[in-house]
Design a protein around this ligand. Structure first.
Ligand SMILES: Nc1nc2c(ncn2[C@@H]2O[C@H](COP(=O)(O)OP(=O)(O)OP(=O)(O)O)[C@@H](O)[C@H]2O)c(=O)[nH]1
Ligand SMILES: [Mg+2]
Length: 360
């Protein structure tokens, strides 16, 4: 019984979800631990089984995000798959969800992981090191409803750790930063504090940063495939499916495939760029674009070396991306033109202005 209790807690079958599940007669609570196209591996209290969704759920599902994803709590028609795949009848409401724009679409979002408490944004201390990409991950992580933690991996390869750490801490507003190495003995200690029984942590980051290696260390066995990175420090996309694992010391983790691109989907950027927003509130003009405007507090901070110009550029780029999200190419075109003529308040005024100049 003790084992079942621990397993239930580690899988996240908290009282909240057990109460939710009690509303469904003759159905069994499960958690999606892996996804293979239309098939799902689901963990129940005392079993793991393969499952698929009902025709009705498929019929009701308009968007990708309506389908079960790794981390989802679902209601199944059976507790074992001895007599064939189980059927998923419902997905219980999600407490958090990490999404990104689905590749090749302008509208759809893809769920990377559901019901997570913490997002480990993994970045390795080699050529993969990229502060702008970190800002993008932070923006999406804050929006997911989970707590972001920055995990700098491969510390054993880095000769200027204090410099790198200072650069990351300068942009990690209100976010913990931990340093790990899967090579050294206590290299993983720092992340254990975030892995508590009943909590779920999702590992995100580019291919090759060492996500699967870290998880193998936490599990205490090489159960997940890992592969050497290329000469340019880029990964070889070894992990191809998202999978949830229970950690012997308590808690659950989700390993994810390295992300090639990370399109953002109308995220709220204010948490990630709180330092710039705070300064912008002090600008003389409240519609200051932080370019040549007099009394611009952001410009002053950049000239004073308090914030990096690159960070402002990155903020503006992400703002634009979030603004253009879901627009047709024609609409994006119009937006871009309006942006170009923003100081004239739109192209029509600009044309009138040019005409009036010509008349002089
Ligand atoms: N030097 C060093 N190498 C590491 C460390 N962690 C992982 N590696 C190596 O980095 C390579 C990639 O590791 P993976 O764990 O496969 O990386 P991943 O993030 O899971 O990559 P994808 O599955 O492709 O997304 C492997 O050869 C690991 O042995 C570390 O802390 N230090
Ligand atoms: Mg991997």
């Amino acid at each position: 019984m003790r084992f079942l209790e621990n397993r239930a807690i580690d899988l996240g079958f908290t009282e909240h979800y057990q109460r939710e599940a009690a509303h469904y007669q003759d159905l069994f609570l499960g958690r999606v631990i892996a996804q293979y196209k239309d098939l799902y591996k689901v963990a129940t209290l005392d079993n793991e089984l393969m499952a698929e969704i009902t025709g009705k759920l498929r019929h009701l599902s308009d968007a990708l995000s309506d389908y079960p994803a790794v981390g989802d709590f679902v209601m199944l028609d059976r507790a074992s798959d001895q007599s064939g795949n189980a059927i998923i009848h419902s997905i219980l409401p999600r407490k958090s969800v990490f999404v990104r724009k689905a590749a090749g679409t302008s509208q759809e979002v893809q769920i990377i992981a559901a019901n997570i408490d913490t997002v480990f944004i993994c970045m390795s201390l080699n050529q993969d090191f990229n502060l702008r990409r970190l800002e993008r991950y932070l923006a999406i992580a804050w929006d997911s409803g989970a707590i972001p933690v920055i995990v700098l991996t491969k510390a054993d390869l880095c000769r200027e750790l204090p410099v790198r750490l200072a650069e990351v801490e300068a942009i990690a507003i209100g976010v913990d930063v931990v340093v790990t190495s899967s090579i050294t003995e206590d290299g993983c200690k720092a992340i254990l504090t975030y892995l508590k029984s009943g909590q779920t942590v999702a590992f995100m980051g580019s291919s090759g940063v060492g996500k699967s290696t870290l998880i193998n260390r936490l599990i205490g066995a090489d159960i997940i495939a890992t592969r050497e990175i290329r000469k340019d420090d880029k990964g070889r996309h070894t992990t191809t499916v998202r999978e949830l694992f229970v950690i012997p010391s308590g808690g659950a983790v989700i390993d994810t495939p390295g992300m090639r691109e990370l399109g953002i989907e109308s995220v709220n950027l204010s948490k990630t760029f709180a330092d710039i927003d705070e300064l912008a509130a002090k600008c003389r003009f409240n519609d200051c674009r932080h370019e040549r405007e007099p009394g611009c507090a952001v410009r002053q901070a950049i000239e004073g070396g308090l914030i990096d110009e690159e960070r402002l550029i990155s903020y503006k780029k992400l703002q634009k991306e979030a603004k253009y999200e879901g627009l047709t190419s024609r609409q994006i075109e119009n937006e871009k033109i309006n942006d170009m003529f923003a100081e004239f308040d739109g192209i029509k005024n600009a044309r009138d202005y040019i005409k009036s100049r010509k008349k002089r």
